[in-house]
Design a protein around this ligand. Structure first.
Ligand SMILES: Nc1ncnc2c1ncn2[C@@H]1O[C@H](COP(=O)(O)OP(=O)(O)OP(=O)(O)O)[C@@H](O)[C@H]1O
Ligand SMILES: [Mg+2]
Length: 383
């Protein structure tokens, strides 16, 4: 069935398990039975709709419910208690369980209510999906901004894009500065912080959304979450490709959009980020040397086994009358789609850059040409 619910039954009690499997309405759902030890692995593996816990002797339900909720706030948690200890039930509810039933007395009540619980959950999912269209929510999209040439405007476009996304939609957005050595995003958004990505290192094995939000900074105008770079090559050394992969995968689960600002060199971190990206927006200047660098980048990706054909899209920056190449020429020369053009706007950008001020502050405001072009691109992505 298309809209089947994915349900985990966490139980070590065989007779209850069998009773549940025999009597629960399973037309709408796929129920997987797991042991208590496997909870974290199983909720991490894929999005779960409902998790049903059957109380065990050494009950870790409170911690596990909190964990399930931290992975996906929307997962519905049902707790089946084997004794009516009111303190335990209170703790379980506080941890996030939406419903509890005390067995054996309430077994038949639970079984009869289960179809309604499933139905209400499905309705909630569909309404969310409909809202998603109007609000432009796009669960777990990873977008990278890259160019093989330095100084083409990656950081400026990535950060303005992220702010615009946050201001113009209800989406949860995080911007991550992966230029480990030089950073850049923190000055553009005038963020002063002593915490950077490397502070996630101690918890990387069990990383969840709360860890990330503890280290990220909230940009004060757009309320965009930002993970800044350590800006220190030596410190950055403790971050490797595996770290980046885990970080991005956790962000995919917790945010609607995760925007990566990449440096222009290629190393294992950048390659890992590209592999995890749904789209790589390549920032190209309309000149022949930039095209040569793009060609070199393609060859490099080929050798590294990074497949670009589905994910690479071009943003032409510094568009101006005097450009060596016109957009039309580029269209003929490139095999990737051009999804945006951004005008050269030294005059508009100057005061923002000098003051280290965020380009976007409010949803409705007077905008410089650069910001207008990035907004057009953002709306295109949201549409
Ligand atoms: N459309 C534009 N018009 C005028 N100036 C621009 C434009 N885009 C970027 N710039 C300027 O170019 C400079 C470099 O921009 P930015 O730092 O975003 O590039 P980058 O590609 O991230 O560089 P790096 O490779 O060092 O990370 C900045 O000073 C920025 O103001
Ligand atoms: Mg940069």
């Amino acid at each position: 069935m298309e809209n089947q619910l994915d349900i985990l039954l966490v139980s070590e009690n065989e007779s209850i398990t069998n009773q549940l499997l025999n009597s629960l309405d399973r037309e709408q759902s796929l129920i997987t039975v797991i042991q208590s030890d496997d909870v974290s692995r199983e909720v991490n593996r894929q999005r779960r709709d409902i998790v049903i816990f059957v109380q065990t002797e050494n009950d870790y339900a409170v911690e596990q419910i909190q964990y399930v909720k931290s992975v996906n706030q929307k997962t519905l948690v049902i707790y089946l208690a084997l004794d009516a200890d009111i303190n335990n039930l209170r703790n379980v509810s506080r941890a996030g369980a939406e419903e509890f039933f005390v067995l054996p007395e309430e077994m038949s009540l639970f079984i009869s209510r289960f179809p309604t619980i499933q139905k209400n959950y499905s309705i909630m999912l569909t309404t969310e999906k409909e809202q998603a269209v109007t609000f432009g929510r796009g669960r777990g999209q990873i977008y990278s901004f890259y160019s093989g040439k330095g100084g083409t405007g990656k950081s400026l476009i990535a950060s303005t894009f992220a702010q615009t996304l946050k201001l113009e939609s209800a989406a949860e957005v995080i911007l991550i500065d992966l230029d480990m050595q030089y950073g850049g995003v923190e000055t553009m958004l005038s963020i002063e912080a002593n915490r950077s990505i490397v502070d996630l290192k101690p918890v990387i094995e069990e990383l969840n959304e709360n860890h990330i939000r503890n280290v990220s900074q909230t940009e004060k105008n757009s309320k965009l979450e930002v993970l800044i770079s350590p800006r220190d090559a030596e410190v950055a050394d403790i971050v490797d490709a595996d770290f980046i992969t885990r970080l991005i995968r956790t962000c995919r689960r917790s945010f609607d959009y995760c925007i990566l600002d990449l440096p222009s060199h290629m190393d294992s971190i950048v390659a890992a980020a590209m592999e995890e990206s749904d789209k790589i927006f390549y920032v190209l200047l309309p000149e022949t040397t930039s095209l040569k660098v793009l060609k070199y980048y393609e060859e490099l990706c080929d050798r590294l086994g990074i497949h670009l054909s589905d994910s690479l899209e071009i943003i032409v920056n510094h568009l101006a009358k005097e450009n060596e190449l016109k957009v039309k020429d580029l269209k003929d020369l490139l095999k990737y789609p051009i999804v945006a053009t951004v005008r050269k706007d030294y005059k508009g950008l100057q005061s923002f850059i000098n003051k280290g001020e965020a380009i976007r502050k409010r949803q409705k405001e007077k905008m410089i040409p650069f910001a207008k072009d990035v907004r057009k691109f953002t709306r295109f992505v949201l549409s």
